[in-house]
Design a protein around this ligand. Sequence first.
Ligand SMILES: Cc1cc2nc3c(=O)[nH]c(=O)nc-3n(C[C@H](O)[C@H](O)[C@H](O)COP(=O)(O)O)c2cc1C
Length: 177
Amino acid sequence: MIEIIAISGSLRAGSTNSALVAALAANAPAGCRVEVYDGLGRLPIFNPDDEGERTPPEAAALIETITRANGVIVSCPEYAHGVPGGMKNALDWLVSRDAAVGKPAMLVHASPRSLYARAALAEIMRTMSFAIYEERALEIALLGKKPAEVEAILADPANRRAMRAAIEAFVGFIGGR
Ligand SMILES: Cc1cc2nc3c(=O)[nH]c(=O)nc-3n(C[C@H](O)[C@H](O)[C@H](O)COP(=O)(O)O)c2cc1C
């Protein structure tokens, strides 16, 4: 069983990125489980003084989760042309560990905009030695949609097929490494 961790970079209750990662989890193909990591908002602000034996339990749990996973999917909004602090903070906890090194990762997108954040996130994750799967980018335009519309778009058969196909392609990338 291929285990994939999906992370939304938004803490908003009505987040479109969180809706997308939840839909990916619900549409995972056979032989693959997509589990949503929901601890972003509970992570303390990263401080290099708090590494090693002083690592906070929430950060240790994140590191363990990423270490265990076969791959990571991230769906993240853009704030002021950048990566939201919560998402960057989570990544910062992984920088000086082995968890991210060579770990397959795929970015998916809930907004057709956010081009600065996409590029920044890819650059950050590449610098951390994630193995980014770049051949295919799943984008489902949920920006500005109301919750009922988001639900309907994500339940659309064509979008469900696109989600499944994206995960299958990512699983192929993981398997080929
Ligand atoms: C503080 C803030 C700053 C934002 N800055 C940008 C931006 O620079 N570029 C952009 O495309 N969208 C920007 N947005 C819009 C969000 O990226 C967009 O609403 C996104 O869909 C929110 O994701 P969510 O639904 O998962 O919370 C901003 C939103 C907020 C709250």
